[in-house]
Design a protein around this ligand. Structure first.
Ligand SMILES: [Zn+2]
Length: 389
């Protein structure tokens, strides 16, 4: 065996130790640190604190955070070569390649973990990324979306078992129609109970698309994990979520994306008006949820045109919904990690956690648009972006 192979073998076995010099860290749990060194051993953070070791990466002058987490994306929903929205409509090879492209853009945008909710093709992309064969964020996926027409409670329970068996990380169900259709409840209470109940029995999370209040309320009562969108939640349902610890995942980027890139989609003017009218209630429900200390996580509902721009959600939250920057950052890191059941692995800068880091130019606590200036991304101890001058 050559010496170089021995060296590589040693690195694989013992991990490669890297020192990152920082001047400003936001740790993902609401804390901050000045002038600390982050020591990375293999895929994990070994230590964070004062130090004088020679730095492999010098991130002084930047703000360093845990890699961001997006809890609601659609990885396969992409812009085609004519800049038109597409996804799952063509052959699998195309779909897989576009999904891989979306994953790469997302990672470059500072997001090291995403939950795709979701399509079957996500599974192979997730697995190739996990094997280290494709660059991308850590992917969790629902593999499919479960709708009211999937059958009676018994059939739905069987579908949940099948979805888990096929390798899904999470169950995604639709308790209501979309915003354009008014968001009324589509699944019966019994159907919702069947899906979330079976998921719970299997130890898998269930995230619920719910626009209107009644579907959301039924989902909260059924013990589902999170309410996605939640556009028209009443205070009573929010109170119930606070009591029960249900996560809330409001999404602003998706509405702006549809409006800003309307030429790439096929909306009628009436539909565009509905989307535009969805922004104010989303801001309102976010504020009412924040006032109740509900566990607000960080999903963008990224579709075609949003991948890589997921961080815009921070801007909408802080600039438009008047969230505190630190609340939005905790939302996108430790709280989202906790909601995914990964609180002990990702979402904070602390010893023992995966070395997932993002660094931006500027200070997002002073100017939230700093999140647009991602210059360094590390996932699991591996650097995927380093354009800091
Ligand atoms: Zn969605």
């Amino acid at each position: 065996m050559k010496l170089t192979s021995l060296f590589l073998l040693a690195c694989t076995v013992f991990g490669q130790r890297l020192v990152i010099q920082t001047s400003s860290i936001l740790d993902g749990k609401g804390g901050s640190m000045r002038n600390a060194q982050i020591v990375v051993d293999g895929t994990k953070i070994l230590s964070v604190g004062p130090g004088s070791a020679t730095a492999d990466y010098d991130l002084r002058g930047l703000t360093v955070m845990p890699g961001w987490i997006d809890t609601h994306i659609h990885l396969n929903w992409h812009m085609d070569e004519n800049n038109k929205s597409a996804g799952g409509t063509r052959n699998q090879a195309d779909d897989a390649l576009y999904s891989a492209g979306d994953a790469w853009m997302t990672l470059q945008g500072g997001f090291t973990t995403v939950q795709s909710v979701g399509a079957a093709i996500d599974g192979v992309v997730r697995d190739r990324i996990a094997q280290g064969l494709l660059p991308g964020p850590r992917v969790l996926t629902s593999l499919r979306q479960i709708q009211a027409n999937a059958g009676d409670p018994e059939a739905l329970r069987a579908l949940v078992r099948k979805t888990k068996q096929e390798g899904a990380d999470v169950i995604k169900l639709f308790a209501t129609s979309g915003l354009g259709a008014g968001g009324g409840q589509t699944m019966t209470d019994e159907q919702i109970q069947a899906v979330c109940g079976e998921a719970k029995a299997l130890g898998i999370r269930a995230v619920v698309h719910a626009i209107g209040d009644s579907g959301a309320r039924a989902a909260v009562l059924a013990g589902c994990t999170s309410i996605e969108h939640g556009t028209f939640l009443t205070n009573e349902t929010l109170d119930l979520m606070a009591q029960r610890g249900t996560y809330f995942d409001p999404n602003l980027l998706v509405l702006h994306n549809y409006l800003d890139k309307r030429e790439s989609f096929t909306f009628t003017q009436a539909q565009l008006d509905t989307l535009e009218k969805g922004i104010a209630p989303t801001i309102d429900v976010l504020q009412r949820a924040r006032a109740r200390n509900i566990k607000i996580i960080f999903g963008t509902d990224a579709v075609a045109g949003s991948h890589g721009r997921n961080a815009e959600e921070f801007v909408y939250r802080v600039r438009d919904a008047k969230e505190k920057p630190m609340d939005a950052i905790v939302s996108a890191t430790s709280l989202s990690a906790q909601s995914l059941g990964l609180g002990g692995e990702i979402g904070a800068i602390a010893p023992g956690l995966e070395a997932d880091l993002v660094a931006v130019v500027g200070n997002p606590q002073e100017e939230i648009t700093a999140v647009r200036r991602v210059v360094f991304v590390m996932k699991g101890g591996k650097v995927y972006k380093n354009v800091h001058k």
